[in-house]
Design a protein around this ligand. Structure first.
Ligand code: GAL
Length: 645
């Protein structure tokens, strides 16, 4: 695994560049990402390119032996372009165009903007595509960040109509699929259809879901436009995009098919603060991040581009954008770095090299302070570089548990939550955490992924199930858990003909006859567990493996298939997964609060996210006989131990 950083030569005087490049190498960094926001510097006005500074920057970095990841600058169209083409601005759900003055102010559907992107990407790729120092290209930056996937512009409306015509061919088919007979919503032609915003009350959910599918396809085709150009001019270079945390607004599996590497931007403290976690958890982990947050995304993005993945931006200190921005506990920057290694990363790149004293992110730490002196992140990056060198090649990730997720369920449940505390990604994350607390190794994969060879399969919730997918599940021989609301909808967003779980009835003979959502704080008790938020009434010839105190079934089993008819608490999930792991012959552990484990190749890693010391001997036998490669029995807060298995 290599280390790198994100660097903005255009922010610093030229006299600094040589020293910065030398300093990066001395710190143990070998890669540097540049340029992803530099459009106004590369092209100060239409058609006038200024390559001189970038040529010099690239040469300076290359001379210091650094490998360059070049970003395309399409997340930051310059003012002259917006002024010349105001229709390129995205329009929000209230119908307001977004303005110039920050970033991501473009609509994915605008043909003129797409043409401009093709032009700037071609110009850059012609110039640097075959430069030996430029080893990879990053397309744009964090597609969808700042809520930018959905746009309700005229350009988007026009392309949506074309997309619908391509999908349904005739308007009658669309009216039937959407159920437009309801509330007199029938259309006479595709041209009559608008995006589903500004309606008086909720729009037709089928209309919304198609709009979300369309918007996702727009992101994928926008990216593909850049990829095609880069493939032509930058042969053999990796093409990568930097995805985000807990972000489901477009189909990352579909987009990743066009990439060589899926990268993501890891900000464990910022995300803990901004996500749904309760106050207690936020306080307990405020300087460490949630112990499953980074691992979850490592395992998710490893499943996106055939196993190749990077951390493109790693938090090095306090960020500026969360409600509160504490500093990482000493050791966490090193821990996060080594944890990425334990999950198979090829690169961890810190964001950013040096804190900018100006503009929006002046309060965001870098490896260096604004005056150029080293901040504490730099020390830890050095320590991580030494550990990585000491560990050497570490082998391949194991194939143990498959957690099957998809992006469409998030759109479907956001469109029709049926209970405001139902959050798909939270359910996925809860299941992931329950598996991981048992020390299990997890691959997060799409329903299209080949599940053969896994010892256990978990599907948190998959509302739309194809007959083909049900048949593939029927062919598996390992324990399989299928979560609530699975098979509950058709692809057109109607209730399944045979009632839920629809096509899954071929492996699970049961019918969900009624569902109810429960307000926060309401619980239904079972023995040693409780369910919250969501409860299904089930009719079945199957016996309940687990039931509520009132006798209502919660878990029904048919041979190796189990159906979970409620939103589970952690105790229930722990019991279910331990039972499945036993059945699958997978060893489980019981590490103390805040400690997590991960196995890769012949190495086992333990990470202490707790704010107090722990011992490996608390959850592993015969510690005296372990061959430690890093650390030992004592795990300090933020500590890491690695041993041979
Ligand atoms: C990311 C983004 C970076 C920077 C960073 C700050 O979302 O890609 O450009 O803004 O956050 O934490």
């Amino acid at each position: 695994m290599k280390l790198g950083c994100c660097y903005y030569p255009e922010h610093w005087p030229r006299e600094r560049w040589t020293e910065d490049a030398r300093h990066m190498g001395e710190m143990g960094l070998s890669c540097v990402r540049i340029c992803e926001f530099a459009w106004s510097q590369i092209e100060p006005e239409l058609g006038r390119y200024d390559w001189e500074w970038l040529d010099t920057a690239v040469a300076t970095l290359a001379d210091a032996g650094l490998q360059i990841i070049m970003g395309t600058p399409t997340a930051t169209p310059p003012k002259w372009l917006v002024d010349a083409m105001p229709g390129m601005l995205a329009v929000d759900a209230e119908g307001r165009p977004r303005r110039f003055g920050s970033r991501r102010h473009y609509c994915f559907s605008h043909p003129g903007y797409r043409a401009e992107c093709a032009r700037i990407v071609t110009a850059m790729a012609e110039r640097y595509g075959e430069n030996p120092a430029v080893i990879a290209w990053q397309t744009d930056n964090e597609y969808g960040c700042h809520d930018t996937v959905l746009s309700y512009s005229d350009a988007a409306a026009a392309r949506f109509r074309e997309w619908l015509a391509g999908k349904y061919h005739g308007i009658d088919a669309l009216n039937a699929a959407w159920g437009n007979v309801f509330w007199s919503m029938e259309y006479a032609s595709f041209d009559a259809i608008d995006p589903p915003n500004l309606t008086v009350t909720e729009p037709n959910p089928s209309h919304v879901l198609d709009y979300r599918r369309f918007a996702s396809d727009e992101v994928v085709s926008f990216n593909a436009l850049q990829v095609d150009i880069l493939r032509a001019y930058a042969p053999g270079r990796d093409i990568v995009h930097n995805f985000m945390g807990f972000f489901t607004d477009f189909d990352h599996h579909a987009l990743s098919r066009d990439l060589d590497v899926a990268a993501w931007d890891s900000y464990p403290l910022g995300f803990l603060e901004q996500a749904w976690f309760g106050d207690e958890e936020k306080r307990a982990y405020m300087r460490q991040g949630h112990p499953d947050f980074a691992a979850f995304h490592h395992d998710l993005y490893r499943g996106c581009a055939n196993g190749r993945w990077w951390v493109m931006e790693q938090q090095p200190g306090p960020v500026n954008w969360a409600r509160y921005n504490p500093a990482p506990l000493p050791g966490m920057v090193r821990l996060w770095t080594l944890e990425a290694m334990a999950h198979g990363a090829e690169l961890v790149s810190y964001f950013r090299w040096r804190q900018a004293p100006f503009a929006q992110e002046q309060m965001h730490a870098g490896l260096l302070r604004p005056d150029g002196s080293e901040d504490t992140g730099a020390e830890e990056a050095r320590a991580a570089a030494a550990d990585i060198a000491a560990l050497g090649e570490i082998g391949a990730p194991p194939r143990a548990v498959a957690l099957v997720i998809s992006y469409e369920p998030a759109w479907l449940f956001q469109t029709q939550p049926q209970g405001c505390n139902w959050r798909y990604i939270e359910l996925v994350f809860e299941m992931y955490g329950a598996l991981r607390r048992l020390g299990l190794d997890i691959d997060i994969v799409s329903p299209e992924y080949d599940l053969a060879g896994y010892k256990m399969v978990v599907i948190p919730s998959l509302p739309v199930v194809s007959k083909g997918f049900a048949a593939r599940l029927a062919a598996l021989s390992c324990p399989v858990l299928i979560g609530p609301r699975s098979g509950s909808k058709t692809a057109d967003f109607a209730i399944s003909d045979t009632l839920p779980p629809g096509p899954l009835q071929s492996i699970l003979p049961l019918r969900v006859t009624r569902v109810e959502s429960l307000r926060d704080g309401a619980v239904e008790k079972g023995r040693g567990f409780a369910v919250t938020r969501w409860l299904e009434h089930v009719e079945s010839c199957l016996d309940a493996e687990i039931a509520l105190e009132n006798g209502r079934p919660v878990l029904l089993a048919n041979d190796r298939y189990r159906y979970l008819a409620a939103w589970p608490d952690r105790d229930l999930l722990g019991d279910i997964f331990r039972g499945m792991a036993d059945e699958a012959g997978l060893a489980t552990y019981d590490p103390p609060h805040g400690v997590r484990m991960r196995t890769i190749g012949t190495l086992r890693f333990a990470f202490n996210y707790a704010d107090r010391p722990r011992r490996v001997s608390e959850f592993v036998d015969d510690v005296d006989e372990l061959a430690f490669r890093i650390g030992g029995d004592r795990l300090d807060p933020g500590g890491v131990a690695v041993w041979e298995v």
